[in-house]
Design a protein. Structure first.
Length: 214
């Protein structure tokens, strides 16, 4: 199971999270988010180990701005968290890995994902809200059983120490990664390292148990 920690914005906290060795670290490039990186200097990301995927998170941003920020921060992955089209995602695949996020509720139509096949690398399933993520709320994970495509997905939305043990019950073959954000913070953009350490330990123990079973 891969781990993504998202919503980082302060240099010291970024380094502390990087020391935990997540697989992905997310940086929100969306001005309406309280986790917006705003004036974060590129040097704050320069020392992140190469094996950690630096991920820029965008919401309905124009392609020129995304390309500029890919260059500035050295993003090797982008997360499109708005209403971006399949063609928009495809345009970046020659440069970076592309994650396309969708807000999910009990009425979500997984058929809308069909056109994204061969245009993005991963999906992210987050809790549907009136905005674009960051709600800290959980959707009904059983709805994931309706997903039948072959593109791996990230699970986001309200994952916390209170429910992270239940992730072991998700047996979908395309379940690729968990996205940890607001429930592991002391304030928006500041991650609680002790909580993250506990979460990492739980996830890694679950992986070991799964390997033993297989």
């Amino acid at each position: 199971m891969k781990i993504k920690v998202c919503g980082l914005k302060h240099p010291e906290n970024i380094q502390a999270v990087a020391a935990l060795q997540p697989d992905y670290m997310g940086f929100i490039c969306y001005g309406k988010s309280p986790r917006y990186i705003d004036v974060l200097h590129a040097d704050a990301l320069a020392s992140i180990p190469a094996f950690i995927h630096k991920t820029g998170v965008f919401v309905n941003e124009d392609a020129e701005t995304i390309n500029l920020l890919i260059d500035k921060y050295g993003f090797d992955t982008i997360q499109l968290h708005g209403d971006e089209s399949p063609e928009f995602g495809k345009a970046f695949r020659n440069r970076v890995t592309v994650i396309k996020a969708f807000g999910v509720d009990n009425d979500f139509d997984f058929g809308k994902l069909d056109n994204y096949v061969n245009n993005v690398d991963y999906f992210m399933f987050d809790t549907k809200t009136s905005g674009y993520g960051g709600s800290g709320k959980v959707f009904d994970w059983d709805i994931l059983n309706k997903y039948t495509l072959g593109i791996p997905f990230f699970l986001s939305g309200g994952i916390s120490l209170d429910n992270i043990n239940e992730i072991k019950n998700i047996t979908h073959p395309q379940f690729y990664a968990v996205d940890l954000n607001s429930r592991f913070e002391t304030e928006p953009g500041v991650k609680n390292i002790e909580k993250l350490e506990t979460a990492f330990d739980i996830i890694k123990k679950q992986d070991i148990k799964n390997e033993i079973r297989s």
